[in-house]
Design a protein around this ligand. Structure first.
Ligand SMILES: Cc1cc2nc3c(=O)[nH]c(=O)nc-3n(C[C@H](O)[C@H](O)[C@H](O)COP(=O)(O)O)c2cc1C
Length: 306
C-alpha cells in the first residue's frame, strides 16, 4: 500500500512534511551536491534583511552536550541578492520558503513585501526571535503586544502564505501562538534556538565572543515537543515543528504532538543529506504502521488528562 505523504502547511503544498530549518541550510544551493532538494518537502532559506549583513565575530559556534551553541546572528546576503542570485540558481521543482527578519517592524514589512512579490517563493517565514531595537533589545517574539504589531505589519505586506517562527524564550508559547493566529498568520514554526550561555573557566569568559548564544540540536528536542504540543492545543492554524530532529522517529514525535510539518536543523551540519533520510524514513515508518496518510499522525498523541 502506498502512503500519501503530502501535507498543506498554511497554503504551502508540500510533497512530504520534511523541510530544513533556516540558517542551517544556507540558500539551498550549497546542499544541492549532497541532496536532491526534491526529496524533501522544501527548505527554509537563511533569514534575510533589507541590506546584506555580517554576523557576530568568532568564536560563534561551540559544541555543548548533545547540542550546539551559536551566535551567528544577522549574517546574510540581503533580500535583493537572494532574489536575484540565489533563487534563480536553484533546480526546478524545489519548494523554497524565504525567511525574513529585521531590527524594526517597518523594515520587516519591507523585506516581506519584496519576497511576497517574487516568483519562486512558496511562502515566507518571519523570524520573530530577533532583538527589537525600540524595545531595548527584547526579542519581538517575547512581548505579545510587539509580536501582534509585527504580525499585523507583515500580514499587510503579504498575500502569500505567512508563517511566524516563534521564540522559545517565553513563559507562555500558547499566548504567543494565539497572537499570531489572531493577526492572520497562516501557520507557526517553533522552536528557534534556546537562549544559552557556556563558560571558559580558564579565561573566565563566555565561550562565544558574543557572550550569549542559541542552543540547538537533540538536547532541546523535548522542550520543542512540549512547546509544539502546547501551541497545538491553543490554535487551529498549522504548526511546523523544529528542534533536534535527527531521525524519522523524531519527526513522528513532532507530528503526534500536533505539527503538520517539521524542519531538520543542526543535524544538517553533521550530515548534509539528513533531511532526505528523515523524509524517506517517515514514509517507511508510515507504511510499516499501515497508515494511508502521513497527516493521520498529526495531533494523535494521547496525553493523559489532568
Ligand atoms: C548556526 C545556526 C544558524 C541559525 N540561523 C537562523 C536564522 O537565520 N533564522 C532562523 O529563523 N533560525 C535560525 N536558526 C535556528 C534554526 O532554524 C532552528 O530553529 C534551531 O536550530 C532548532 O532546530 P535544530 O535543533 O534542529 O537545529 C539557526 C540555527 C543554527 C544552529
Amino acid at each position: 500500500m502506498s502512503v500519501d505523504t503530502r501535507v498543506d502547511l498554511g497554503g504551502i503544498a508540500l510533497r512530504n512534511p520534511v523541510l530544513t530549518a533556516s540558517g542551517t541550510f544556507g540558500y539551498g544551493t550549497e546542499f544541492a551536491p549532497f541532496l536532491d532538494l526534491r526529496r524533501i518537502g522544501g527548505f527554509v532559506a537563511k533569514s534575510l534583511t533589507l541590506e546584506p549583513r555580517f554576523g557576530n565575530p568568532p568564536p560563534r559556534i561551540a559544541e555543548a552536550a548533545s547540542a550546539m551553541l551559536n551566535s551567528i546572528s544577522l549574517e546574510n546576503v540581503g533580500v535583493d541578492a537572494f532574489l536575484n542570485e540565489k533563487l534563480p540558481a536553484l533546480p526546478e521543482g524545489v519548494v523554497v520558503i524565504a525567511s525574513a527578519f529585521e531590527t524594526e517592524i517597518e523594515r520587516y514589512g519591507e523585506v516581506c513585501a519584496r519576497l511576497d512579490a517574487a516568483p519562486g517563493v512558496a511562502g515566507i517565514e518571519v523570524n520573530a526571535s530577533c532583538p527589537h531595537v525600540k524595545s531595548g533589545g527584547i526579542e519581538f517574539g517575547q512581548d505579545p503586544a510587539v509580536l501582534a504589531q509585527l504580525v499585523r505589519t507583515v500580514r499587510k505586506a503579504t498575500r502569500g502564505p505567512l508563517l511566524v517562527k516563534l521564540s522559545p524564550n517565553v513563559t507562555s508559547i500558547a499566548e504567543m501562538a494565539r497572537v499570531c493566529e489572531g493577526e492572520g498568520a497562516d501557520g507557526i514554526s517553533l522552536i528557534n534556538a534556546v537562549q544559552a550561555l557556556d563558560v571558559d573557566v580558564e579565561r573566565r569568559r563566555p565561550v562565544l565572543a558574543n557572550g550569549l548564544g542559541g542552543l540547538s540540536g537533540p538536547a532541546i528536542r523535548p522542550i520543542a515537543l512540549r512547546m509544539v504540543w502546547q501551541a497545538s492545543q491553543a490554535v487551529k492554524i498549522p504548526i511546523c515543528g523544529i528542534g533536534g530532529i535527527e531521525t524519522a522517529e523524531d519527526a513522528v514525535k513532532f507530528l503526534l504532538c500536533g505539527a503538520t510539518a517539521v524542519q531538520v536543523g543542526t543535524r544538517n551540519y553533521l550530515d548534509p543529506a539528513a533531511a532526505g533520510q528523515v523524509a524517506e524514513g517517515l514514509e517507511s515508518w508510515a507504511k510499516s504502521h499501515d497508515l494511508a496518510r502521513i497527516s493521520d499522525l498529526v495531533g494523535a498523541l494521547e496525553m493523559p488528562r489532568r
